[in-house]
Design a protein around this ligand. Structure first.
Ligand code: RRO
Length: 310
């Protein structure tokens, strides 16, 4: 298999998966992904207690992407933990389990539960939800991020990745990479949506989503160059044991190829999966394969991370 990918010491048929938040809220959604051609899939970021999230409209597809302020709606930690414990019994590839506590303490409590459970998959700690009013994205606070990771790795021994927001300054890449390199992280997932964008309906002279007066996370084509920069910046700064998941603006085989060139190992689809549904997976696998065949690449390892400078 030409797109076979080794990630977190496990083998996946291809690098494609959903981004947490898209098509993964309910067991029905997750079963659709399970049956699809996706190489892996991840659950909706959860909190200890279930949450309704923000008022609708809270997700809008745009010509070049999407804007959302979902506000972390989810069915609660236990719902997803019970689900992943069940599916891991009948599935060879590890499942990804996303958590996004409203406080460091809540994250620590969920991680403690995961550590003590029989869960054998991969945990993603979301440090970058932009949409909960009054709760800043944790990973923009470098000191708080380091303090949390110190507490986490004092007891957490299972594979763990962090979902990061986009950064926009080389000094911030340097500082965050220096912090992340201190810990036995399995991976870094770059990027979450670009927080607090504003999209306007010119005709109506209004915003397009209700929460936060229209401010929401931007995804899709708008953010691909920012996502690629973040993948590349971390790939070139992190120790090689920390793998990268590339997320942001992946809609075609070409987008996937570019993320892989920058150094990503797994690839997550958010906006494009929301628009197209799980049928996107066979299409994008085919498109990536066409590019690889044309260029004569027999495996992704032959070009991963090998972006050339001028
Ligand atoms: O639920 C959301 O509003 C949300 C989350 Br948790 C996230 O991590 N990223 C995003 O764009 N939306």
């Amino acid at each position: 298999m030409k797109q076979e990918t080794t990630f977190a010491n496990a083998k996946f048929a291809n690098p494609f998966m959903n981004a947490s938040g898209v098509h993964c809220m309910s067991i029905k959604d997750l079963q659709d992904l399970e049956k699809s051609d996706a190489g892996a899939y991840i659950t909706k970021s959860c909190t200890l207690e279930k949450r309704e999230g923000n008022p609708s409209p809270r997700y809008v597809d745009l010509a070049l992407g999407s804007i959302n302020s979902m506000g972390l709606p989810n069915l609660g930690f236990r719902y997803y933990l019970d689900y992943v414990l069940e599916v891991q019994q009948n599935q060879d590839t590890p499942i990804f389990f996303s958590i996004a506590g409203m406080s460091p303490e809540e994250n620590l409590e969920m991680l403690d539960n995961i550590q003590k459970s029989a869960f054998s998959g991969i945990t993603e700690l979301n440090l970058s939800c932009p949409n909960v009013p009054g709760k800043p994205q944790l990973a923009y606070d470098f000191q708080a991020t380091e303090q949390l990771l110190e507490k986490v790795f004092a007891f957490f021994k299972k594979p763990l990745g962090v979902k990061l927001p986009p950064y926009f300054d080389l000094a911030h890449f340097d500082q965050m990479a220096e912090i992340l390199n201190k810990f036995p992280l399995t991976y870094v997932n770059s990027v979450n949506s670009v927080g607090n964008a504003l999209y306007i309906d010119t005709e109506e002279e209004t915003v397009v989503i209700k929460p936060k007066n229209g401010f929401g996370g931007l995804g899709g084509q708008y953010i691909k160059p920012t996502a690629l920069a973040n993948v590349r910046a971390f790939y070139t700064r992190l120790k090689p044991e920390i793998q990268i998941i590339g997320t942001g603006g992946i809609e075609t085989g070409q987008d996937a190829f570019e993320h892989l060139l920058c150094g990503a190992t797994m690839l997550q689809l958010g906006t494009a999966l929301h628009k197209e549904g799980p049928e996107i997976f066979p299409r994008i696998i085919r498109e990536l394969q066409e590019i690889m065949d044309k260029k004569g690449y027999k495996s992704i390892d032959e070009f991963r991370g090998k972006l050339k400078s001028l």
